[in-house]
Design a protein around this ligand. Structure first.
Ligand code: FCB
Length: 595
């Protein structure tokens, strides 16, 4: 669902139905689970969609500029966690609370920096390809970490500072980078023709199992101070209950190596791949997997806890379930919506079990989950039907998981009822943000919640049909997550862009949106760009290149892209500065700089 290319925007805008009755009445909604309580989906008698509006839905029809709208006068109450986060005493939290006072920024008046005033609405982002690189940037970039290549400072100037201890990271996943992960379900999936684009396989990937350290050095040279990597369950537990000390040692070596380079590891405990033996006994569809996952997590934390206390239990349960069990593009290749929802429920239960297991072993641990969020806006904001299916899609994709994790309640489409063990199972929430979709009602698309996806007319599209360039979605997603009352890490954000003609603009624009959110005191603790080095992009194989550093998987030769230098300069400045914008993304100047 997430990675599918949307068709061009060919929907005729609809107006609100003049029918005088609920136009959903005659739709077959029988498959929608009935719910109890205030969040209910009722097939008969009531508007089936009325009560599932996410708390922050505005429906203003002006979502493009939503970033620059002041917060609504009557903001919905914060969904605060019912106990203080274990992070409350951490230095990071002190750090973020400092942001509540305006940070002096060159080129801005103190008024424009106050936490209640926000910069004026900029013109829309450019739709054209960027101007060619200015001559100050050599076509063959020097090694990362060498002297800056910034242009002469232009006036007026601004510096968008980040908090002093802000984490600037890169994100990876074991199967995508390690190579030769022959014991998991993905390896098997790759062997069947038609599963991976162009018949690609992960092969050696980025050769991290042998030599992750070479890329750790590159990350350190860039100034990166945080790195998200995952532990491959099938290496650690190649047979049920049999743990491999050599594999655990190798991971210990990696996280220790990161620490030695001044890089804080964030360890993900499940990132899409599962041991073959687990897949054969039902994988995440089987409730027994919850306990088995907790047992694996225990081994990992006991071994690696010395070097890591920042844990991401599970990556993107929604993507995992939709891609593997609804769309059938990932293993096990099913098209069974109910099975997909069971998978999400089990994964969330697995998350909660892991949360408690980790805290039992490491009371000061910071444990969260990486949630993929997409923005779903109605294609025609004046159409009741478009608005409703956009909300429904948002509920199914974004909100249901958040509600389960914070309130301990299953909502559509996950089911109904309470699941108390999920409550209080997050110390932080991870945001994986990439793009947005416009959603239109489609009476025939019952399998897709009666929706058809497309892009804004004239919008800049990302390479490979990856979606729309929509940096405002970063701010909107953070704003929404901030209501959970938890620290936020942007655990992924990036684009496939082999020729690196969009990435610099994507990076600056998204980081600028994040900066804006921090100015409003939203507790964003760090940013992990996806990704450091081109890696095996699941069903897309090697056709999508997300790396700051280009990789030829056949030769293992690496070459930093211009974006690597750009990101390095942002990290070193701990800011977006005017010279950086002028050098790398001059086309953004009118959109993010004053004057
Ligand atoms: C995310 C996945 C990550 C990578 C990026 C591009 O959904 O978590 O592994 O595939 O997309």
């Amino acid at each position: 669902m997430v990675k599918k290319t949307s068709s061009p925007n060919d929907k005729t805008p609809q107006e609100d139905s003049p029918l005088g009755h609920d136009p959903f009445d005659d739709l077959d909604l029988n498959w929608i689970e009935q719910e109890e309580g205030d969040i209910s989906i009722e097939v008969l008698g009531h508007d089936p969609f009325e009560d599932i509006t996410p708390a922050d839905w505005r429906g203003s029809g002006n979502e493009d500029n939503a970033l620059y709208l002041p917060l609504p006068a009557e903001a919905p109450p914060l969904e605060l966690a019912d106990r203080p986060s274990p992070l409350a005493d951490s230095p990071d939290v002190t750090l973020l609370s400092q942001v509540t006072t305006p940070i002096p920024v060159e080129g801005f008046t103190s008024e424009s920096l106050s936490s209640t005033s926000v910069p004026p609405s900029p013109p829309p982002f450019p739709l054209q390809a960027p101007a060619p690189a200015p001559p100050t940037v050599p076509s063959r970039p020097p090694a990362i970490g060498t002297a800056p290549t910034v242009a002469t400072v232009a006036k007026p100037a601004a510096t968008f500072h980040f908090p002093v201890d802000f984490k600037w990271g890169v994100a990876t996943a074991a199967h995508q980078v390690e190579g030769e992960n022959i014991l998991n379900d993905w390896w098997d999936w790759e062997q069947t023709s038609g599963h991976i684009k162009q018949g690609h396989t992960s092969g050696l990937a980025c050769n991290w199992w042998e030599n992750a350290e070479a890329d750790f050095d590159r990350a350190a040279d860039m100034g990166v101070n945080a790195l998200r990597l995952s532990v491959e369950w099938s290496r650690v537990e190649p047979r049920p209950g049999a743990f491999d000390p050599a594999a655990l040692d190798r991971y210990r070596e990696m996280v220790q190596g990161l620490r030695q380079r001044g890089i804080e590891p964030m360890l993900t405990l499940h990132h899409f791949s599962s041991p073959r033996w687990l897949a054969e006994q039902g994988g995440w569809e089987a409730p027994e997997t919850v306990g088995l996952f907790a047992r694996f997590v225990k081994q990992v934390v006991e071994t690696l806890g010395e070097y890591c206390d920042l844990w991401c239990t599970i990556n993107e349960p929604n993507v995992y379930a939709y891609m593997g069990y609804v769309e059938g593009i990932f293993p096990p290749g099913k098209a069974d919506f109910r099975a997909g929802m069971a998978v999400i429920r089990n994964m969330l239960a697995g998350h909660a079990a892991a949360y408690r297991q980790i805290h039992a072993l490491q009371p000061h641990a910071r444990v969260g989950l990486a949630h993929n969020m997409r923005i779903f806006d109605p294609l025609n904001p004046r159409s009741l039907l478009d608005r409703r299916v956009a909300r429904l899609t948002d509920q199914a994709y974004n909100q249901a998981i958040l509600t389960a994790l914070t309130r301990g309640r299953w909502q559509f489409p996950l089911g109904f009822g309470w699941v108390r063990k999920l409550r209080r199972s997050l110390d932080w929430i991870g945001l994986n943000y990439y793009t947005r979709d416009l959603v239109a009602f489609d009476r025939h698309a019952s399998q897709a919640l009666y929706s058809q996806r497309s892009h804004a007319e004239g919008a800049e599209l990302l390479d490979g049909g990856y979606g729309e360039f929509y940096p405002q979605g970063m701010f909107r997603s953070i704003e929404r997550l901030a209501r959970l009352g938890l620290p936020i890490y942007v655990t992924e954000n990036g684009i496939p862009d082999a020729d690196d003609d969009q990435r610099p603009r994507y990076l600056v624009a998204h980081i600028h949106q994040m900066w804006h959110a921090i100015q409003l005191c939203y507790p964003v603790m760090g940013y992990y760009h996806w990704t450091l080095v081109d890696n095996f992009e699941w069903a897309e194989g090697w056709t999508m290149r997300f790396g700051l550093i280009e990789l030829d998987p056949a030769t293992q030769v690496r070459r930093p892209r211009r974006s690597a230098h750009l990101y390095s300069e942002i990290i070193r400045a701990n800011a977006i500065t005017t010279p950086i914008v002028d050098t790398y993304t001059p086309e953004l100047r009118p959109h993010i700089l004053p004057g």
